[in-house]
Design a binder for this molecule. Structure first.
Ligand SMILES: [Zn+2]
Length: 434
């Protein structure tokens, strides 16, 4: 029945696309509106790395501004801690805090595996990715999905990948990403995805290199804005624009870094006998908003390390894993560090020796306390599910999974989101939740 209904709807929608004048033709307006109201729901989630909550107000972003004006834009979206990319894009996908999904930093270390996440191979290994991303929920409930470069989409999580997915290719031009996603959406009937997502990194890159509020950040936002505009044009040409719910999300914000008064970890503690993943590898010898400290062997007493770091620098906090602030939900059983050492907003932790390969921190950075407004992210939702002009208070990004589940009528997996909040944001009861 579902198959027949969807085939019928795709014919209806295709006919709308070919006869756009019907939409303004008095006598057909009602019937076209009815058809669209009955069309299969569609969610498009677009991830814009590093788009701070206020960035579209500071730069020229006509498409994003228009989506916000015609949809819902909260004051800001609160990222999960630590405010890093992998952590937050995966919380957006799963509705879970890192303590439950396991991506507790960009390259988590797992005690049970005895190894750390490796960028070359780990993205495709299901063992790293806990919880249930929205595309898995959808596929399991017979809704097709297509995902272009979302963290987690390369692994068969619970044995399931999106129908369409691609290995990450940083250099794939944005217009090609858009064209390919539109190609998936051009399919007929139940072959057409009900959920698609794609990702763009340009804003994060520019804001790191030149700082937030820089001209270069503005240029990157303009590129992203134009890309989204051309995607929306493509949706329109497919006759899908009216039924599409567009969700623009970012993972975190960005702040200016102080170019002096660094926190030298090795002034306070010897690195012998402890493991600090941030200090390993390509970026190890550089500047960090936080570092995690693991005991090098089981049962090791970490009190001496804690005491050596606690209270010694007014711009650095050290937390034991069982005494993290209430808003930090990343103490995963196998991946939570024994100690979490955090710099104040804009400050950087480094080693005195050897001298870092870069002489100063990059001008923009993130990873700081998620209660700091500079770390807050962007959310814009526009489409039939979102109240026009709604400006709710800031909400946490773990609610986005439930929003998508509600819109697509999917029975959600267990999440850390708040179903009642999602229903109130969307001004509707979500039948699939009850
Ligand atoms: Zn970044």
């Amino acid at each position: 029945m579902r198959r027949i209904l969807l085939s019928f709807l795709s014919l209806v929608v295709a006919s709308c696309a070919h006869e756009p004048q019907n939409e303004i033709d008095g006598q057909d307006t009602a019937s076209v509106a009815d058809m669209h109201a009955n069309a299969a729901p569609l969610v498009v989630m677009i991830g814009v790395d590093g788009l701070r909550w206020d960035a579209i107000d500071r730069h020229n972003a006509p498409t994003l501004q228009s989506l916000a004006q015609n949809g819902m834009r909260p004051e800001s979206m609160i990222p999960v801690m630590p405010t890093k990319t992998f952590v937050n894009f995966y919380s957006l996908a799963t509705g879970l805090y890192p303590e439950h999904h396991g991506i507790v930093t960009n390259a988590p270390y797992d005690r049970a595996f005895g190894e750390g996440f490796v960028n070359q191979t780990s993205p495709g290994e299901a063992r790293w990715w806990g919880g249930e991303p929205i595309w898995v929920t959808a596929e399991q409930q017979d809704v097709r999905t297509g995902v272009m470069f979302w963290l987690g989409s390369e692994a068969p999580i619970k044995g399931v990948r999106p129908t369409e997915w691609r290995p990450f290719d940083q250099n794939k031009p944005y217009d090609e990403r858009v064209e390919e996603v539109l190609g998936w959406l051009a399919r007929e009937g139940d072959e057409r995805p009900g959920f698609v997502a794609f990702y763009m990194s340009a804003v994060d890159t520019a804001a790191h290199r030149f700082g937030p509020e820089s001209e270069e950040e503005g240029e990157a936002i303009a590129l992203v804005d134009q890309t989204i505009a051309s995607f929306l044009d493509g949706l329109e040409a497919l006759g899908l624009r009216d039924q599409a719910n567009i969700i623009i999300v970012s993972d975190h914000g960005m702040t200016h870094t102080l170019q002096s008064d660094y926190i030298y970890l090795d002034d306070y503690v010897s690195l012998d006998g402890i493991y600090v993943p941030e200090l390993e590898g390509r970026y190890g010898n550089s500047y960090h908003p936080f570092v995690q400290i693991f005991a090098e062997h089981d049962g090791q007493d970490m009190d001496a390390v804690y005491d050596a770091l606690n209270g010694v620098n007014p711009h650095m906090q050290v937390y034991r894993r069982d005494a993290l602030p209430e808003t930090y939900h990343f103490n995963h059983p196998d991946r939570g560090a024994d100690l979490f050492v955090e710099a104040d907003l804009g400050r950087s932790i480094r080693l005195r020796a050897p001298e870092p390969q870069w002489p100063t921190p990059i001008p923009g950075n993130h990873g700081y306390d998620n209660r700091e407004k500079d770390m807050h992210a962007t959310f814009i939702g526009q489409g039939p599910a979102f109240p026009v002009g709604a400006r709710p208070d800031s909400f946490e990004n773990v609610n986005v999974y439930l929003m998508i589940a509600c819109i697509l009528g999917l029975e959600p997996a267990q999440t850390d989101g708040d179903a009642a909040l999602v229903e109130s944001l969307l001004s509707q009861s979500c039948p699939s939740f009850h």
